[in-house]
Write a protein that binds this ligand. Structure first.
Ligand code: M6R
Length: 607
């Protein structure tokens, strides 16, 4: 998604701007630009579409030491309104070329605004953002603060805006609603970023801006305003273990993140389980059990949604609590029937996903009990709910979410066990399950050693264009997540169906060129599922079975992936690593950019 990085500083900053853009390329974007204006009224702008490397080859790196304060801005655009063209790339300007604006977010009422402003001003781009520049010009009353105040009253969000008036090149103005924004001091400059990960290396502490706050920056100093009064903001310390994205010796970040899974799981469980006496020891979960909850709703999107689907399966199977799982973008606009005996759980890796954030706000406004599970500390969602559990799974950088799901599942499982414990899960059953959870990291390590097998399968299967991922009951979330990953990384078509549903219509698609990945570990419905798969086999479909190690009942297949024998409830964890690596390797066979899938962004901050 779009990302803004801006500062008011005396340093020579073009190389710094480009480095920053490179650091944050993972977010997904399709054009980039850098801009500076200094107090001697000099300015410089360079834009480029597609890769930051295109921009880097164009910019003049030679501007020497600055001795005066200069406003520096870098921005990547992820196209929402208007194609990927230089005209649509920011910054956008007023007709008199005086006001320059940068915008993250979407201005929902831009059509009406544009219609009105078109009577006085000409437009050159297809973007919603350009109306902001024209509107600033229209509203300008010789006081930039007043102008900003009147501007934001007219905009139907969401936005993070940086505004520069070329007549006052010593000043920069920032405003935010919905989109994240943080500010910090470093050396003798003031810095702003719309992504917390940008602060690595260059800050000891920082300030998080809240909605409706604005900032005026001038000569290395800044003031934050709320309702037009200067306010004192609290600063946050950067944690000692704040991590810088590094892919170690791996070919791609995605593979590095998959290889982190065993440690991520250990981290998610550490301090939350007492492995000696096999009990859950977590204050938040204990507190959760003091509430009288008769139903649960889980709200998330993408892979986080599929983690929720697995949990829904666990709960449905065992807990006797009515549980629903909702895609956040739908939940937000369905009729909401608030219930004070429902626990609303929000799951998000980034903690910034717009429709999850807005759903959480909506639920809180009705005074309902909320709980989040988030990875990024200080993210917007992480500062909102009543109760929470962090994953502690370190920075997940690249677009395809992998290790994140494993910690989400681990945390969800802990919630489940703790709630079942309160109800009717027998102590010995809980202890047995906890024992088995603790074995998972080693099982994952073993799976990672089988990479060559998954790779050879990928070589064979990369010749197909269509795939079926088949599941029963508890394996739904896992199958859906694995098929998502194949689509996301290789752009191949994959469907995901319950094996029982096949006879109702999907069998019509049958051809030997439509391979079937049948996820069927040992558990109570294994035998019935085998019968379903045999119906496919009889029709010459190609079958890749995912089965429990040594399962001799399964006698028909083209290929197999064996997963370890564990507790039945833990089966949803076990196909993930093999099928993720399978997808990565197929994508490599097809020459795709694993870390930067086309058209996608890491954190979806606009609705
Ligand atoms: O940060 P979140 O967990 O809220 O993100 C949700 C989805 O955008 C995310 O899982 C997305 O679908 C991934 N690209 C899937 O690999």
């Amino acid at each position: 998604m779009c990302w803004i990085f801006a500062y008011n500083w005396k340093g020579n900053s073009i190389p710094l701007l480009i480095d920053w853009l490179r650091n944050l390329e993972y977010r997904g974007y399709d054009s980039a630009w850098v801009f500076w204006v200094n107090t001697s009224w000099k300015f410089y702008l360079e834009k480029s579409i597609w890769k930051v490397s295109n921009l880097a080859s164009k910019v003049d790196h030679s501007n020497s030491k600055n001795t005066i304060y200069t406003n520096w801005i870098a921005h990547t655009r992820w196209a929402t309104h208007g194609k990927v063209t230089l005209e649509n790339t920011h910054p956008h300007t007023s007709n008199n070329d005086r006001f320059y604006i940068v915008h993250n977010g979407i201005i929902e009422n831009y059509v009406e605004l544009k219609e009105e402003l078109s009577k006085k001003y000409s437009f050159y781009s297809e973007t919603d953002s350009e109306v902001i520049a024209k509107l600033v010009d229209d509203l300008y009353d010789w006081d930039i603060k007043n102008t900003l105040e009147r501007l934001i009253k007219k905009l139907i969000w969401a936005y993070a805006i940086v505004l520069i008036d070329k007549e006052h090149p010593d000043t920069m103005v920032w405003a935010k609603l919905g989109s994240p924004m943080i500010v910090w001091l470093w050396k003798d400059g003031v810095f702003l970023s719309s992504d917390i990960n940008a602060i690595n290396n260059v800050a000891d502490e920082f300030t998080i801006l809240e909605d409706n706050e604005t900032v005026i920056v001038e000569n290395g100093k800044y003031n934050v305003y709320s309702l037009w009064e200067i306010i004192n903001k609290q600063t946050e310390k950067i944690a000692d273990d704040f991590e810088i994205a590094d892919k170690w010796d791996f070919e791609t970040f995605t593979e590095k993140e998959i290889h982190e899974v065993p440690n991520v799981l250990i981290n998610a469980l550490k301090g939350r389980i007492n492995f000696e006496n096999k009990t859950i020891t977590n204050e938040t979960l204990e507190e959760l059990n003091t509430y009288d909850i008769d139903s649960i709703e889980i709200i998330a999107s993408g892979s986080s949604y599929f983690a929720g689907v697995v949990w829904w399966g666990w709960f449905k199977e065992l807990a006797g609590i009515k549980t629903e799982i909702k895609i956040s973008s739908e939940f937000l606009y369905e009729k909401f029937l608030p219930s004070t005996s429902t626990l609303y759980i929000f799951i998000s890796q980034s903690g910034e996903t717009a429709d999850v954030r807005e759903s959480l706000k909506m639920v809180q406004q009705k005074w309902c009990l909320t709980f989040w599970i988030v990875n990024v500390v200080w993210s917007t969602i992480a500062r909102m709910a009543d109760m929470w559990l962090y994953s502690h799974s370190w920075i997940e950088v690249w677009v395809a979410s992998t290790k994140n799901i494993v910690w989400q599942l681990a945390v969800l499982l802990l919630i489940a066990i703790s709630m079942w414990n309160k109800r009717d899960l027998q102590n010995f059953e809980a202890k047995h399950l906890i024992e088995k959870i603790w074995e998972l990291p080693n099982l994952f390590k073993e799976q990672l050693k089988n990479k060559e097998h998954y790779k050879s399968l990928a070589k064979k299967y990369s010749k197909y264009d269509n795939f079926f991922y088949l599941w029963r009951n508890l394996m739904y979330g896992t199958a859906a997540e694995c098929s998502l990953k194949l689509k996301e990384l290789s752009y191949l078509h994959a469907e995901c169906y319950s094996t029982w549903e096949l006879k109702h219509w999907p069998l019509a698609l049958i051809t030997p060129d439509f391979p079937c990945i049948a996820i069927n570990p040992k558990w109570k419905l294994r035998d019935k599922t085998i019968s379903n798969i045999k119906e496919i086999w009889a029709r010459n479909w190609t079958i890749l079975w995912v089965i429990t190690q040594g399962d001799t009942l399964i006698d028909i297949y083209d290929d197999i992936i064996e997963i370890p024998d564990s507790h039945e409830l833990l089966n949803p964890f076990l196909p993930l690593i093999p099928l993720w690596i399978f997808s990565v390797e197929i994508a490599k066979e097809l020459g795709k950019d694993i870390d930067k899938p086309q058209n996608l962004a890491k954190s979806v901050t606009v609705e």
